[in-house]
Design a protein around this ligand. Structure first.
Ligand SMILES: C[S@@+](CC[C@H](N)C(=O)[O-])C[C@H]1O[C@@H](n2cnc3c(N)ncnc32)[C@H](O)[C@@H]1O
Length: 199
């Protein structure tokens, strides 16, 4: 039997095991997400930064890099692995704790799957971005969360399957100009990467 726990509790429990999943996470996108990171951006934010798996890629493009995550243990590991990064411990499901029109590039990698309010999150991303700011994120084809094991417990982390066409309607609704890359495995899509620009 495995309990379903919320992301805060789940990632606090799982944080020390998370690095073991890097290769699996990388295999989803076959390197395509990282290729869409711009060469330079003034203010960069990684929403759901976790333990900073892609922090080095983002840090090198900006002098102002901020990471936000609900799990204090993931953030603790992020500092341990990457040293000095500006980190904020916050729940992103209903708001992004940043000023309006203050960000040039947002990355939200493997975050949507844990967000209940996808439309509210897209609205918030639009609000905090500057004009021409970029919002890069992915959706994964996961309808049931995997069973994880850590600290002698078995559990699943609460997840949501967001239908891509709904996400695309929300992007249109907020006037994002967007493009999508589909990643397939055995004829089925496993990941969809969206690059959305606030026009
Ligand atoms: C699958 S991990 C992805 C981490 C990192 N972006 C990566 O690609 O390795 C999901 C992360 O999102 C965070 N998270 C989940 N729900 C959240 C929420 N409501 N607010 C803020 N962070 C959240 C988790 O704590 C976890 O660190």
């Amino acid at each position: 039997m495995s309990n379903i726990v919320d992301p805060k509790e789940g990632y606090n429990l799982y944080a020390d095991n998370y690095q073991n999943d890097y290769r699996k996470l990388e295999s989803f996108d076959k390197g395509e997400f990282l290729k869409l990171i711009p060469e330079r951006a003034e203010v960069v934010v990684d929403l759901g930064i976790g333990d900073g798996r892609i922090a080095e890629h983002l840090r090198k493009i900006s002098d102002k890099f901020i990471g936000i995550d609900i799990s204090s243990k993931m953030l603790e590991n992020c500092l341990k692995y990457h040293g000095n990064i500006d980190l904020v411990n916050a729940d992103l499901d209903f708001s992004i704790p940043l000023k309006s029109e203050s960000v040039d590039f947002i990355s939200a990698y493997f975050l949507f799957v844990h967000l209940k309010d996808a439309k509210g999150f897209i609205e918030e991303a639009y609000r905090v971005l500057k004009e021409n700011g970029i919002f890069l994120f992915n959706l994964i084809h996961q309808k049931k969360p995997p069973v994880l094991k850590a600290k002698k417990k078995k559990f699943k982390i609460k997840s949501y399957y967001h239908i891509p066409s709904h996400i695309e309607e929300y992007l249109d609704y907020f006037w994002f100009k967007w493009e999508r890359i589909d990643i397939f495995e055995d004829k089925f899509w496993v990941s969809k990467i969206y690059k959305a620009v606030k026009v």
